[in-house]
Design a protein around this ligand. Sequence first.
Ligand SMILES: [Zn+2]
Length: 400
Amino acid sequence: MFSRHLTKDISAYCHGELSNEESKQFAEHILSCAKCRTKFEEVKLGIKLAEQLPQLSAPDHLWYELEPLLAGQTETTANLTSSRYRSWRMLAATAAALLLISSLGIWWVYNNRTYPLSSENPKAGWHVKRLDGAPKIGSESISNNGQLAVGEWLETDGSSRAQIAVGSIGDVEIDENTRVRLLQTQPTEHRLELARGKMSARIWAPPRLFFVNTPSAVAADLGCAYTLEVDDHGSSLLHVTSGWVALELKDRESIVPAGASCETRPVLGPGTPYFEDCSTGFRDALKKVDFDPDAAARSTALASMLDQARPRDTLTLWHLLARVDGEDRGHVYDRMAAFVPPPAGITRQGVLQLDRTMLETWRHALESTWMSGSGKGKRKPIGEAVKNGLSRRLKDMVPK
Ligand SMILES: [Zn+2]
């Protein structure tokens, strides 16, 4: 299908050496080309591992041996060569020292590469453009353009808005009364913290490169556009307009496609995704199922949801399978099976026992039903890359 693979560009992409346009073309190619994506994942993993190399100190005895040798450089050559033993020791010690110095040098160069300040160089921080009013980076207002470095806060008041260029992989618009902080920007991971307020993201990178930490979940980009809003209590609301987003906290994960939304709560994490064109009754009942502390109230609400569900609402029901138990889980299964019979090999018993493979297989079969809705927004089936991503549990997605 592809006449030209981009494997030779992977290193340049990972080191921020491609132009914005080239990066965008690279990311789009990676999204749809399994061969290049596999190579890219390998390089990404290698970079991650390199970043985790510990800084080693030379053992003390090496310095004790080096000191006299260095002092000995002032001695006469004749004196040095008079002993083959000393000469051998000097050679060995020097070789060891050179090896150590070069290893530390490579490590240091890797970790201290300097980048000019531009949006094409991810380590420099992100370029910020003022859209309205006077947004602040730290305590300084920016006039038209600014640079958001790692660790810095960008804040807007009731009359200011800003736009951030996320390296070369996308952009994020910051609404009024919003506080965001840049946590990390690396070729292998870009991460923002949204403490409060609202942001809209458009990302054209391979899945799981862009993350947003909120007080109650982490949003992982799976190739998409979305808005994310955090209130003063730390609850958030995600609304996906294109592609897919994963919301995660600890072992709880919600996969949210275009046209769907998902709420989160502190401690509890992500609620269950729902299509926005579902009935009001369905949505209200879901809120109870997700967040009501009373078990009986949750059970009653679930029955009401099952009554009002449409075939597309199997998005919500599929997520609920693992979140309700006992007879409730059986009721959810039966309602889903009436809408979209499970593919061959999937049994009621297996699903009720939350067999991972069966759940995933059924989900893939359900995707066409989820994508066939009448709602707004571009919809496309979740790609192979995303599927691969979903089957992974990313410990690093949990807020630190
Ligand atoms: Zn390719």
